[in-house]
Design a protein around this ligand. Structure first.
Ligand code: TRP
Length: 374
């Protein structure tokens, strides 16, 4: 299991060690998300989303260019996605919630890619049938987020490949193995499917341009681990005569254990959207915290919210009120609240969220067909 001493690794297929977001901006060559850009989004949306206010989305490429085009009357499309290797967990939906905010604000179309091909290729024991089943299962969670019907198209790769294939080929032809290896760290033993796959993930960036027959800008809100794919896509874009896709990058929701992002491969550390409130509570009660070993020490010295995943869950999703967040933070530091109490409070919020989500997820079954790209 990852720990803080470990070297930072951030690729589309592995995130481990303590993630230094400033360093990622430098190493990946992205731009920090500035207050001026946040204000421009706020102006259109009418309010500043929590994830902007708290800089959970912290980095971008070409967001300024995209907003300039928008101001001149050029509508863009949103594009994001999910690798369906398991049920959806809380870490996945953070950027989806934000994507919905953008869809509502800018009133734009969204392409959502479910990459059953990618997960089949990447995960040794996952069959193609299972990956595809998860794609349709995860699709229900996507719909339950409230994305606009008619303006939202879900792509299931193995189902919709005919629409993507020509674009993928054109990207693939412009991408050398040496670039792909440098960007993704492929090894001799990497299978040839996963090497081609990046072209499949690039394709939706340009899909709207192909469908409408004119250049349409594209904005991708996603975790920063996906950025290597966009480097490939952006390189190809200009040569194919499309706009370079713009990105907004977000941080990772922490695992309930000490560090690393919430991982679907370690089930106890992640809260799935299909968990019952009771199951979720059990995981929360077992979480690592920034607390002291004994109550007496906690009261005397206080806890450390900075390293505490429970605290982070409030910060990322479950306490929207900045004042209350600050209060939670300082009562912890002063030793006025114990970890058990904090966990109870979080479990209650998560439980409520899950019940509400599961109700919407059930309803999503009735409209699934309307969301799937035909
Ligand atoms: N590769 C992503 C994953 O494993 C899935 C994905 C496909 C995606 N297209 C995307 C994620 C666009 C964000 C944006 O989760």
């Amino acid at each position: 299991m990852a720990n803080n001493e470990e070297e930072m690794v951030v690729t589309p297929w592995e995130v481990s060690g303590k993630v230094d977001y400033e360093r990622l901006i430098k190493e990946f060559g992205t731009q920090p998300l500035t207050d001026a850009l946040i204000k421009r989004i706020e102006k259109v949306a009418g309010y500043q989303h929590l994830q902007l206010r708290r800089k959970i989305f912290f980095s971008h490429r070409d967001l300024d260019v995209l907003l300039d085009l928008y101001d001149k009357g050029e509508k863009f499309v949103l594009y994001t996605g999910r690798g369906p290797s398991s049920h959806t967990h809380l870490g996945h939906i953070m950027s989806w919630i934000f994507t919905k905010y953008l869809q509502d604000a800018f009133k734009v179309k969204l392409y959502f890619q479910l990459t059953d091909d990618e997960k089949f290729l990447h995960i040794r024991d996952l069959t193609l049938d299972d990956a595809r089943d998860y794609a349709y299962d995860n699709a229900l969670d996507v719909i339950a987020m409230g994305f606009q019907q008619g303006k939202t198209k879900l792509i299931v790769d193995t189902k919709n490949i005919a629409l993507l294939y020509e674009l993928a080929l054109r990207v693939a032809k412009l991408t050398t193995f040496s670039t792909a290896r440098a960007v993704f760290g492929f090894k001799e033993e990497s299978n040839i499917g996963i090497i081609f796959y990046t072209a499949v993930q690039s394709a939706p960036c340009f899909l709207e341009s192909v469908i409408t027959g004119k250049k349409v800008p594209c904005l991708i809100p996603a975790g920063i681990d996906q950025d290597p794919h966009w480097r490939v896509a952006r390189d190809a874009a200009t040569r194919l005569g499309y706009y370079k896709p713009a990105q907004m990058h977000c941080k990772f929701m922490p695992s309930l254990q000490q560090s690393g992002k919430m991982s679907a491969s370690i089930p106890e550390t992640a809260i799935y959207l299909t968990d019952t409130p009771k199951e979720a509570k059990k995981k929360i009660m077992n979480a690592f915290t920034g607390g002291r070993p004994t109550i007496a020490e906690q009261r005397k010295f206080g806890g450390n919210p900075d390293i505490c995943p429970v605290h982070q869950y409030f910060y990322f999703l479950f306490e929207e009120d900045d004042k209350k967040m600050e209060e939670l933070n300082s009562t912890c530091r002063r030793g006025e609240i114990l970890c058990g109490e904090c966990k109870e409070l979080l479990a209650e919020r998560v439980g409520k969220f899950l019940l509400n989500h599961q109700r919407k997820r059930k309803q999503a079954r009735n409209v699934l067909q309307k969301y799937l790209l035909k």
